[in-house]
Design a protein around this ligand. Structure first.
Ligand SMILES: Cc1ncc(C[n+]2csc(CCOP(=O)(O)OP(=O)(O)O)c2C)c(N)n1
Ligand SMILES: [Mg+2]
Length: 339
């Protein structure tokens, strides 16, 4: 079994209406984070931010194919996955502002956001930490005969972790319904991929475990969507996992405040030309006759929604000191007290 390159996108199934919906979701991620970076600079956000800006097509292309019963695990760079899944930006801002209206009552911050009702099983500060969690969910789906699918997002750096290799092995062996989505942005923190692994394509690791590995242009939302459809169908049919490698690039530093001086200027410029929002807006104009007004409407809808979200989040209270130890441990399960 060899890894392969995913189909170049034709976009046949993407109408103007569908395309604008995908663009709006990507724009929501981008503008959410651009505003978050400003608000952090203003002192409203006490914790770390790892911007997903530049990688939006990967989250949106994958999440668009999923059904409500499916679940996801994420990373330290998780805002895009969470918004891609349909999370409420107001509750996300509240969490970043450390307010009780946030997803973790303001006690988790960017790295711990979770919404189990959405099937979003958490951002994760442990590199590679989400992979076995998704594997466990997939095992449960298989045991209970559910046709749900688990998706684990992680980076090129995480694919060097034991948790990646162990979960890949078991998932292939037990034909678990799981998608391993490696968002290869060419860097693990400040280290280039060529300095942390020999391979060029992380997808080449898949055949060694007996599953397909697919490389796709992670900045092309339609191409990502197409390879995801194939992998999800395979998983739902009981045929087992797929590793999808989305080749992409983060526009900003590893975290907000990192000036990213370790990246060659030409490399950054080259990838900026391949900005997924830019290229998809152009595609919508040329291939689907999107007007300037259509594109401007997307931007203004997103900005209005985010300003309402920010205003709401700012009004929420900070958690009380006496609540510091609440919500730390699971206190009941299936209605039964655990202590
Ligand atoms: C187990 C573990 N090791 C190291 C770190 C420190 N760390 C945080 S992010 C990161 C790089 C991750 O790179 P990659 O998986 O490519 O994700 P990206 O940041 O590029 O999205 C590292 C090493 C960590 N958080 N957890
Ligand atoms: Mg990386």
């Amino acid at each position: 079994m060899n890894s392969s390159t995913g189909s170049t996108s034709t976009g046949i199934s993407v109408t103007l209406e569908k395309g604008l919906e995908l663009l709006e979701r990507m724009m929501l991620i981008r503008r959410f984070e651009e505003r978050a970076a400003q608000l952090r600079a203003e002192g409203l956000i006490p914790g770390f931010l790892h911007p997903y800006i530049g990688q939006e097509a990967s989250a949106v292309g994958i999440c668009d194919v999923l059904s409500p019963q499916d679940v996801l695990t994420s990373t330290h760079r998780g805002h895009g996955h969470m918004i891609g899944r349909g999370a409420d930006p107001a509750r996300m801002y509240a969490e970043l502002f450390a307010r009780v209206g946030g997803y973790n009552q303001g006690k988790g911050g960017s790295l711990h956001m979770i919404d189990t009702e959405l099937g979003f099983l958490g951002a994760n500060g442990i590199v590679g930490g989400g992979i076995p969690i998704a594997g466990g969910a997939a095992l449960q789906f298989k045991r209970t005969g559910s046709d749900a699918v688990a998706v684990s997002f992680f980076g090129d750096g995480a694919s060097n972790e034991g948790s990646f290799h162990e979960t890949m092995n078991m998932a292939a062996l037990w034909k678990l319904p799981i998608l391993f989505v490696c968002e290869n942005n060419l860097y693990g923190e400040f280290t280039r991929q060529s300095e942390h692994m020999v391979l060029k394509d992380v997808a080449d690791r898949a055949p060694a475990y007996g599953m397909p590995g697919v490389v796709v242009d992670g900045n092309d939302v339609i191409a990502v969507r197409e390879v995801t459809k194939v992998a999800v169908e395979r998983a739902r049919n009981g045929d087992g996992p797929t590793l999808i490698e989305t080749k992409t690039y983060r526009h900003r530093g590893h975290f907000e405040g990192d000036m990213a001086k370790y990246r060659p200027k030409e490399e950054v410029e080259e990838w900026m030309k391949r900005d997924p929002l830019l290229t998809f807006s152009t595609w919508l104009s040329t291939e689907r006759d999107a007007s300037k007004a259509d594109l401007a409407d997307v931007r203004s809808r997103v900005d209005t929604r985010l300003e309402v979200a920010i205003a709401w989040a700012k009004e929420q209270a900070h958690p009380l000191a006496e609540d510091a130890l609440n919500h730390v441990y699971v206190e009941s399960f299936n209605g039964e007290a655990l202590r």
